[in-house]
Design a protein around this ligand. Structure first.
Ligand code: PMP
Length: 369
């Protein structure tokens, strides 16, 4: 049995020799490597989830609401309330994490013979989901300071004529937000080239100093805003992502979604979490303050830091980022080496976790000098 490996199987050519995505899940005291929210859900919410799930359990002999109408209505209300831009149930679609939202978008608008572009370094799953859906991937450029170099990006779009353009704001792993004018210019460039779909990945938008780009949906049927409950809602384990777009986009992704993809338990849990939005957004404020403290203290220690609008910070520079990652880990703190040469990424944790991280990087800075 054990002598048969993946490549001995008749797997698709583009999967040969590849490894699955995954940050190391190591058992260390301080884990600041996957941009999770460090605060467990508050006890009253845990109770409410139990109640809602108990109710859902009574109906588990039946398939769930295939269109998740109640959940999409509550998500639309959340978007409207926090952005001031009116979003209706017909504008919202939900899936198991925003990764699944992105997969459905690429199944709908990408696929064999089509391409997608992202401006890298950025969220590496965009490229991997492209590969998984048979969509060709184009690695677009970024400037040395990790902002999007607009003329270079526009040129890449004009030359490659991609079917899908990804813009991640705030960007992961670098943390910086993309200015609204840049997103608008990229949308225009994408329409002139093809026209293609522009997917704005706002997974971290609740942590931003700036506003969501939801209002740009007005009059732009090829724009999609993707969101998640994994970060600001502190519910990475729930697996609930969603998008806002023109109703035609919501109709289109239903051509590829699996029927009943969102379980009744998932829908019940997400609805309970949405009832506690205000408490959960309170944690976001604490995390933003801790993120700002990390930026200031890292700079005071002598590190270079990219301005962050997310719940994580990219810092450097290191001659050998992987070695620095290991030395921080040796001090009991797990951060992320995203493979960006010279840089590492740390997620904002609790004040105690951040103190442990700052002690570790202070130590290694001393050893360096
Ligand atoms: N987009 C970005 C930019 C992310 O960083 C992540 C998670 N790391 C996701 C999407 C996916 O999140 P989820 O599937 O948990 O919603």
């Amino acid at each position: 049995m054990s002598d048969v490996r993946i490549d001995d199987l008749p797997v698709r050519d583009e999967l040969r020799g590849k490894s699955p995505y995954g940050a190391p899940q190591l058992d260390v005291p301080v884990r600041l490597n996957t941009n999770e929210n460090p605060y467990p859900l508050p006890e009253p919410l845990v109770e409410r989830i139990a109640e809602r799930v108990r109710e859902a359990a009574r109906g588990l002999n039946r398939y769930p609401d295939r269109d998740a109408v109640e959940l999409r209505t509550r998500l639309a209300e959340y978007l409207t309330r926090t952005s001031g831009y009116r979003v209706g149930v017909e504008n919202v679609w939900a899936a198991n994490g925003s990764n699944e939202v992105i997969q459905q978008l690429l199944q709908t608008f990408g696929g064999p013979g089509r391409t997608a572009i992202g401006f890298e370094p950025s969220y590496s799953m965009h490229a991997l989901i492209a590969r998984g859906t048979g969509t060709g991937w184009i690695s677009g450029p970024r400037a040395d300071d990790f902002t999007i170099d607009l003329p270079a990006a526009e040129k890449a779009i004009a030359e490659n004529q991609p079917d899908v353009v990804f813009v991640t704001t705030p960007n992961n792993p670098t943390g910086n937000a993309v200015p609204r004018e840049t997103v608008l210019a990229l949308y225009e460039a994408a329409q002139a080239a093809k026209p293609s779909m522009v997917v704005v990945d706002e997974a971290y938008i609740e942590f931003s100093h700036g506003d969501s780009l939801l209002d740009l949906l007005e009059g732009r049927p090829h724009l999609v805003i993707s969101r998640t409950m994994s970060k600001a809602f502190g519910a990475a384990g729930l697996r609930l992502g969603y998008l806002a777009a023109h109703p035609a986009v919501v109709d289109a992704v239903q051509l590829v979604r699996l029927p009943y993809h969102l379980s009744a338990v998932t829908q019940a849990t997400a609805l309970a979490a949405l009832e506690h939005t205000d408490t959960l957004l309170g944690y976001v404020e604490q995390l933003k303050a801790e993120r700002d403290r990390l930026v200031a203290e890292l700079r005071a220690i002598g590190y270079e830091v990219i301005e962050s609008d997310a719940n994580f910070v990219q810092f450097g520079r290191f001659d050998d980022a992987h070695r620095a990652w290991q030395r921080i880990l040796d001090r009991g703190v797990l951060v992320r080496d995203n493979g960006v040469p010279g840089w590492l990424r740390v997620t904002a944790g609790t004040p105690e976790e951040n103190d442990a991280f700052l002690d570790a990087v202070r130590d290694i800075k001393k050893e360096q000098s």
